[in-house]
Design a binder for this molecule. Structure first.
Ligand code: ZN
Length: 240
C-alpha cells in the first residue's frame, strides 16, 4: 500500500488537484487527509466536494471546526477570522455538517493521524520543538503518527530522546517512534510556495516528502475576485 498523506488544503483547489495528480502519477493506492480542508483560500465548497469524493480517512482541523459553527468560538487572528466568515457564507449546510462530524484523531492501518497534537487534540496547540513533540509522543501508540497544523514540514524521532530532523526520506524502524508533519497543500509556510505532501510506502517502510508546482496565478486571482484579503493571495507566492 502506498499512502498519499496530505494536510492543510485550505480551500486551494489548484494546489489540491496538483497534489492528487502527482500522487496518482507516483502510483499511490490510498489517500489520507489531516484536516483544514477549508479556510483562507477561495474554493472551500469545491475542496470539500473533492475530498468527499476521495472517500478517504480524514481528521478535523481547527478551520474545519470554526467554519462549521454558526460563529467563531476561538481566537483567530484578523486575517484568518475574515476568511473564516467568508468561508461560512460559501459552504452549504451539508458541507458544514460533514466538517462538523469529522473525528479529531484516528488510526489508519498501522499509523495514527491527528491535525494538531495527540496530547490535547481539541486545543489545537502547535508542535514546533522537541518538547511539544515529546508531549504528543507520550500518547502515540503506533510507530508512526502524521500531523499537520503548522504548515511546516518536519520530523520528530524518538529513540532514547526526541530529536528533530529535516529529511526528505525517512526509513521507519520499528524500535523508534516518528511524529511526522508533511507541511501544507494550500498555504505552505516554510518559504517554499509549492504544495507539500508525503508518501508513506508501507511495504518498504519509507516516508518520502514531496513538493508539487501548481497554478499559483489562478489561485491568487480567485482570492482577489472573491473579495478575500489581498494578503492571502500574496503570501501564497512566498510560502509564508
Ligand atoms: Zn491549517
Amino acid at each position: 500500500m502506498r499512502f498519499a498523506i496530505f494536510s492543510d488544503i485550505h480551500a486551494n483547489l489548484e494546489a489540491l488537484e496538483a497534489v492528487l495528480a502527482d500522487a496518482h502519477k507516483r502510483k499511490c493506492t490510498h489517500f489520507v487527509c489531516l484536516g483544514d480542508v477549508v479556510g483562507y483560500n477561495a474554493n472551500p465548497h469545491e475542496c470539500v466536494g473533492r475530498i468527499r469524493k476521495l472517500d478517504c480517512p480524514i481528521v478535523k482541523g481547527n478551520h474545519d471546526e470554526q467554519a462549521s459553527l454558526p460563529e467563531s468560538s476561538s481566537d483567530f487572528n484578523e486575517l484568518a477570522e475574515r476568511a473564516i466568515k467568508w468561508t461560512r457564507d460559501n459552504l452549504t449546510e451539508e458541507d458544514k455538517q460533514w466538517l462538523r462530524e469529522l473525528p479529531l484523531q484516528r488510526q489508519v492501518h498501522d499509523f495514527t493521524i491527528v491535525h494538531a497534537t495527540l496530547d490535547t487534540p481539541a486545543q489545537w496547540g502547535y508542535v514546533f520543538n522537541n518538547l511539544d513533540a515529546a508531549a504528543s509522543l507520550t500518547y502515540q501508540h503506533t510507530t508512526v503518527c502524521f500531523f499537520g497544523h503548522t504548515h511546516v514540514p518536519m520530523v520528530f524521532i524518538r529513540d532514547e530522546a526526541v530529536r528533530r530532523e529535516s529529511i526528505e526520506h525517512i526509513r521507519i524502524e520499528p524500535t523508534k517512534k516518528y511524529f511526522i508533519n508533511m507541511g501544507s497543500v494550500g498555504q505552505p509556510r516554510d518559504g517554499n510556495w509549492r504544495a507539500a505532501y508525503c508518501i508513506y510506502d508501507m511495504e518498504n517502510t519509507l516516508v518520502e516528502q514531496l513538493r508539487v508546482k501548481y497554478d499559483l496565478a489562478v489561485a491568487q486571482k480567485k482570492i482577489i475576485k472573491a473579495g478575500l484579503p489581498r494578503l492571502l493571495a500574496e503570501r501564497l507566492a512566498i510560502g509564508r
